[in-house]
Design a protein around this ligand. Structure first.
Ligand code: GCO
Ligand code: MG
Length: 404
C-alpha cells in the first residue's frame, strides 16, 4: 500500500476549508480535513512543504507508525498547526484502511456502541424573544439538545449571534483584519440567568440545553455563573475560562454542580491531562481535526473514560464535513460518548463535500459505507478559491484586549 501522491486543496465554498488527499499505488485514496479557522494556509504549507514529500513512498497501512513519525520525528511537538496537519493525514489513512477492508471506520475501531449519535445545534437571537423563536424552529427539526446564546443588552456585539436574524452563525469574517467584538462581564452575568429562565419557562426541561461562555470569565466569575444557573439544569457550560490555567478549574468546581465542557482549542492529551485526572471537567470537547486525528482522539477518550469524563466534540462549520464525518465514526464507537456538536453546512459546502450521513430525530449516523463515507469533489472545489478571513477579537468597554 505504497503512497504515491499526497495533495492539498484549499477551497472557499462560503468559508475556507483545507483538504488532504492521499493516493496509494493500488489507486485507493483517502481524504482528511486540515482546516484551522483563520490560519488555513499555515497548515496547508506545513503539509505541502514538509509532510507530503515525506509521505510519498510510505506504507499507508501503517497508521500508527506514520503518526509517531510525524509527532516525535519533527522534534518540535504539539501545537495547532502541527496537530491539524497530522490529523488530516491520520483521517485520510483511516479512510483508506476502511475502504480496503470494506468496513466503515467505526467498525474498524471496535464497532458501534450505539444506534446513533445525539447532536446539538445552535439557537441564537438578538433578543430573548428571537432566541425563543429560533429554539422552537430547532426543536421542530428534531434536535433534542440545543445550545442557547443571545445578544447581551448593552454590549455592541458579542459571541455566538448570527449577523442577521435567521442567518447561520459564522464567527469568521472575510478580509485581512479581524472584526472587533465587545465584552462586559458585568452585563453578561446579569443577563445570562434570565436567558436560561426564559428558555426553561417556555420549553420545559425535556431537552438538553447548553451554553458557550467562550473563555470570557475568570474562574471565580465562572463559579458565580454556574451557581446562579443551577436550577435551569444546563447539560453543560462551555469554556467558562481560558484553560491554559488548568488548576483554575478547581475554583469553579468548589462552588457549582453545573457541568463543564472544555477542549475545542486543545490539540493534545497533554492539554487536558490535569483537567481530566482531577475531574475538573465533565466533557472533553477536542476533535479529530484539531487533536491529531482518530489515532490521538481515541487515546484522549480512553484516558477520559477512566475519570468518567465523556466526549462532547466540537463540530462548528469551520471543521470541514470530512472532519465531521470522522468525528461521527469516533462517536459511534467511543464507549464514553456524551454529545456531538453539529452546526450544519451550506448547500455550496455540500456540493464540494459529498456526505452520506443521516440525521433523524436528533441523532446522526455516519453511514455504513467503507471508510469515512464522504467524498471530495475537486472540480467543484476549484470554483471557490481561498479568501482571507479571520476570527474576531474582543475588547472590553475601555478598549482592553480580552479573550475572544
Ligand atoms: C463552538 C465554538 C465555535 C468557535 C469556532 C472558532 O463551540 O462551536 O466555540 O463557534 O468559535 O469554531 O473557529
Ligand atoms: Mg465553543
Amino acid at each position: 500500500m505504497k503512497i504515491i501522491k499526497a495533495e492539498v486543496f484549499v477551497t472557499c465554498p462560503d468559508r475556507n476549508f483545507v483538504t488532504l488527499k492521499i493516493t496509494t499505488e493500488e489507486g485507493v485514496y483517502g481524504i482528511g480535513d486540515a482546516t484551522l479557522n483563520g490560519r488555513e494556509l499555515s497548515v496547508a504549507s506545513y503539509l505541502q512543504d514538509h509532510l507530503c514529500p515525506q509521505l510519498v513512498g510510505m506504507d499507508a497501512s501503517r497508521i500508527e507508525d506514520i503518526w509517531q513519525t510525524f509527532y516525535r520525528g519533527a522534534y518540535w511537538r504539539r501545537g495547532p498547526v502541527t496537530m491539524t496537519a497530522i490529523a488530516a493525514i491520520d483521517m485520510a489513512l483511516w479512510d483508506i484502511k476502511g475502504k480496503v477492508a470494506g468496513m466503515p471506520v467505526y467498525d474498524l475501531l471496535g464497532g458501534a456502541s450505539r444506534e446513533g449519535v445525539m447532536v446539538y445545534c445552535h439557537a441564537t437571537g438578538h433578543s430573548i424573544d428571537e432566541l425563543l423563536e429560533d429554539y422552537a424552529k430547532h426543536q421542530e427539526m428534531g434536535f433534542k439538545a440545543i445550545r442557547v446564546q443571545a445578544k447581551v443588552p448593552g454590549i455592541a456585539s458579542n459571541y455566538g449571534i448570527s449577523k442577521s436574524k435567521g442567518a447561520a452563525y459564522e464567527p469568521a469574517s472575510k478580509g485581512i483584519r479581524p472584526d472587533v467584538e465587545s465584552w462586559s462581564t458585568e452585563k453578561y452575568l446579569n443577563f445570562a440567568p434570565k436567558m436560561f429562565e426564559a428558555v426553561r419557562n417556555k420549553f420545559g426541561f425535556d431537552d438538553h440545553i447548553l451554553h458557550d461562555i467562550h473563555h470570557r470569565l475568570t474562574p471565580m466569575e465562572a463559579a458565580r455563573l454556574g451557581k446562579s444557573v443551577e436550577d435551569y439544569k444546563l447539560f453543560w457550560m462551555e469554556d467558562p475560562t481560558p484553560a491554559e490555567n488548568q488548576e483554575g478549574f478547581r475554583l469553579i468546581r468548589q462552588h457549582t454542580t453545573t457541568p463543564i465542557a472544555v477542549g475545542e482549542v486543545f490539540n493534545s492529551i497533554w492539554d487536558c491531562k490535569q483537567l481530566i485526572e482531577e475531574q475538573l471537567i465533565d466533557y472533553i470537547r477536542s476533535t479529530v481535526t484539531h487533536a491529531g486525528g482518530i489515532t490521538h482522539m481515541r487515546r484522549i477518550a480512553d484516558f477520559a473514560a477512566m475519570y468518567q469524563v465523556r466526549t462532547g466534540s466540537h463540530g462548528p462549520s469551520d471543521i470541514s464535513p470530512i472532519g465531521m464525518a470522522a468525528g461521527l465514526h469516533l462517536d459511534m464507537w467511543v464507549p464514553n460518548f456524551g454529545l456531538q456538536e453539529f452546526m450544519g453546512y451550506s448547500e455550496r459546502m455540500l456540493s464540494v463535500f459529498e456526505t452520506n450521513w443521516t440525521f433523524e430525530n436528533g441523532y446522526m449516523h455516519p453511514s455504513n459505507k467503507p471508510g469515512l463515507g464522504i467524498d471530495f469533489n475537486e472540480e467543484e472545489a476549484k470554483k471557490y478559491p481561498y479568501q482571507p478571513a479571520n476570527l474576531p477579537i474582543a475588547r472590553l468597554e475601555d478598549g482592553t484586549l480580552w479573550n475572544w
